[in-house]
Design a protein around this ligand. Structure first.
Ligand code: GAL
Length: 360
């Protein structure tokens, strides 16, 4: 047992080294221009530390697996630099221990503010106490850190995301057997998305119109797990589905695979406006997705981070309860996207091109 613990410990340290080394090569762009000029990580860091009068922001991401996080990374780095700051991004590959190590690394590097997309809502609370001990403020980005005195939370109205998904699906089929395929339960957003969907479904379940025949979170938001879980449910239960509320486009993709030749006949929701999902909406196998402007989110978060670094008080539009108290928060509006409004919502805004979506 002791040997096993030690082995796991050294493997995670090794993983941390590999990921952080990889980040300083690719993902962590102090100033993406530096890395593209073939400058080494050390040179980039040298240059970074030499500009210490500039506010220095650390961006600790959970993962870069979903497309949206690349957009968040690029938009956040650009927004910080445009507003005169320096930024370094690290991604933890879905591993909370690695995220804590990377946060410690950014704190030791002298960041003024840490912006965190927590891998685990509770597990990331350690980062807040570590940062505060070093006099560093913490912003929870998109996902809320629970059980800690977070300085500000910037996200979308995530309960509304769930409501939009359930409403769009019930517009397609007002009665029958519904499956709820949630995200990772360790992600506070997944809990809020589900609460929003249940806000809409509850009355329809009470009236008997809707039967919630399947209701499950998906470990790590993994599309393959979503597919396997729903497939094994369908294979071991003599039940037909009339609709599926999937929490994001990744899990929606897994669900649509699990539906096999029923795909297109059964409405399926999503979230994140991923290109693959938009193409599924055009071909008719997915019903809708929820668009959340990462540019707006990143721009707001960068502004708040730099004002915080300048020692300014940040006005709170609202507060969100995280078990430690009401966290000052800024929540943006999500938007439903169906085949009807793809052009005006995603193409006219330049988020996607006509070529990408329709192949014209
Ligand atoms: C959630 C996020 C979603 C989705 C998911 C998987 O927290 O709000 O947009 O991408 O994580 O990473």
């Amino acid at each position: 047992m002791k040997i096993l613990v030690k082995t796991v410990f050294w493997i995670s340290i090794f993983m941390l080294f590999v990921i952080t080394a990889a980040c300083s090569g690719g993902d962590s762009s102090t100033n993406s221009a530096d890395s593209s000029e073939g400058g080494t990580a050390e040179a980039a860091d040298q240059k970074l530390r030499s500009n210490q009068e500039d506010p220095y922001v650390g961006f600790a991401l959970d993962t870069l697996r979903e497309d949206r996080w690349y957009r968040d990374k690029d938009a956040f780095e650009a927004a910080v630099q445009e507003q005169g700051g320096q930024v370094k991004t690290l991604a933890a590959n879905g591993n909370q221990d690695i995220q804590i190590q990377q946060a410690r690394l950014l704190i030791n590097e002298g960041v003024d503010v840490l912006v965190v997309v927590p891998t685990e809502a509770e597990g990331a609370s350690e980062i807040v106490s570590m940062a505060h001990d070093a006099g560093v403020k913490v912003i929870s980005y998109d996902r809320l850190i629970r059980g800690a005195d977070v300085d500000h939370y910037v996200s979308f109205d995530n309960e509304k995301v769930g409501e939009l998904q359930a409403e769009a699906i019930l517009n397609q089929t007002g009665e029958g057997n519904v499956a709820y395929v949630g995200g990772a339960e360790s992600d506070n957003n997944a809990v809020l998305f589900r609460e929003g969907a249940m806000n809409v479904l509850n009355s329809r379940m009470e009236s008997g119109d809707i039967n919630l025949v399947y209701d499950s979170y998906t470990e790590g938001w993994d599309p393959e797990t979503a597919r396997e879980d729903l497939s094994s449910f369908l294979n071991s239960n003599d039940v037909s589905l009339d609709a599926v509320i999937a929490a994001n486009d990744g899990t929606a993709g897994g669900v649509i695979e699990a539906l096999g030749n029923q795909a297109g006949d059964i409405p399926v929701s999503g979230q994140d406006a991923e290109l693959e999902a938009i193409r599924r909406i055009v071909e008719g196998t997915q019903t809708m997705t929820v668009y959340k402007s990462m540019e707006d989110l990143a721009g707001r978060a960068a502004g708040i981070a730099l004002n915080m670094a300048a020692g300014e008080d940040i006005p709170a539009e609202t507060t969100v309860e995280n078990g430690q108290g009401g966290i000052p928060s800024t929540l943006l509006e999500p938007v439903t996207v169906t085949e009807e409004n793809i052009d005006e919502t995603l193409i006219e805004s330049g988020y996607l091109t006509e070529e990408e979506v329709y192949g014209n």
